[in-house]
Design a protein around this ligand. Structure first.
Ligand code: ATP
Ligand code: ZN
Length: 287
């Protein structure tokens, strides 16, 4: 009975922490996230949070010490732990790339043959080299990988890149992207029925939050004779809502637009005769 809550592992402090905590808060889950805490219980959702180093999270989830956790896919794949991916979360996007000293010639992956590469990701790098039939020496180091070439430790590096500014500052240039990563929610593969039910409640809320972020609510005015052309452009959750305006012959149209083709749709709506277009963010989207 006392086990009927979900134990959630999140990174204690680092690049995943803030977005992870924000996600749970946007899902309406209240908890005390004061810095320095190692464990906390939600006051309004059957969940307990453990704050850990990201590298330890897949192991804890595999062992069942935590039921679910949030990590970068890079860490999940690198650790090779047996966990399920419950959901991709869309934040902490980055890539794992091979970089070499700027100015060194590079025609293709065969140029890595017989070279040494420093990395904190020996498994992912090893897989990449194997797939490409390259024999290179992997130097596993746990941090400050970018300085390896300048101190003579390795010819190349394989490290996490987001903007590329760290590589640039260390005189390196990116030559191969070997893995693309984002934050993922991982889950213990055999959760109890009760925990599975709580997880699905949580995933439902995350889905509502994510969908809302990818959509905007729009309200526009249109002369009635143009309504057909305008509504044909609008998907809405079912069909757009049309309300007569106080002004004879005009209506207001309410709908939802996806972030993806938002500006193209707005241009098309204006061309079709829409006026006074209001765009409003959506907090949650449930359907
Ligand atoms: P810890 O102290 O918990 O071991 P760490 O130093 O290993 O932390 P962080 O640098 O906080 O890890 O990165 C955590 C995860 O965030 C990485 O595994 C990766 O998935 C992602 N990440 C790393 N660098 C970036 C970046 N520059 N931009 C976006 N996401 C990143
Ligand atoms: Zn780490």
């Amino acid at each position: 009975m006392s086990q009927d809550f979900l134990r959630i592992a999140v990174q204690k402090s680092g690049r995943l922490s803030e977005d992870s905590l924000t996600l749970f808060k946007e899902c309406g889950i209240k908890f005390d996230s004061k810095a320095g805490k190692l464990k906390t219980t939600s006051s309004n959702f059957p969940a307990e949070f453990l704050f850990l180093r990201d590298d330890d999270i897949p192991g804890y989830v595999e062992d069942g010490v935590a039921d679910i956790g949030i990590v970068g896919e890079n860490v999940q794949v690198e650790t090779g732990r047996n966990v399920d991916i419950a959901k991709k979360l869309g934040f902490s996007k980055c890539r794992l790339s091979i970089a070499i000293p700027r100015g060194d010639s590079y025609q293709g992956v065969q140029d890595l043959q017989g070279r040494s590469i420093a990395t904190s990701y020996p498994t992912i790098l090893g897989n990449f080299l194997k797939e490409n039939e390259i024999e290179a020496e992997i130097h596993e180091i746990s941090g400050s990988v970018e300085i390896a070439p300048s101190i003579g430790l390795a010819h190349a590096v394989c490290d996490i890149v987001s903007s590329g500014s760290t590589l640039l500052a260390n005189g390196l240039s990116e030559v191969e992207v070997i893995f693309k990563s984002e934050a993922v929610m991982i889950a213990h593969p055999s959760l109890s029925e009760a925990k599975r039910a709580i997880l699905s409640k949580l995933l439902f809320r995350i889905h509502a939050v994510q969908t809302a972020k990818n959509n905007k609510y729009i309200v526009l005015n249109a002369p009635n004779e143009k309504l057909e052309a305008i509504t044909a452009l609008l998907p809405g959750m079912k069909a757009p809502t049309i309300v007569p305006l106080g002004t004879e012959g005009w209506s207001a149209v309410h709908s939802v637009l996806s972030e993806e083709d938002f500006w193209d749709k707005i241009d098309a709506l204006r061309t079709a005769g829409a006026e006074g277009i209001l765009v409003v963010p959506i907090e949650k989207m449930i359907y």
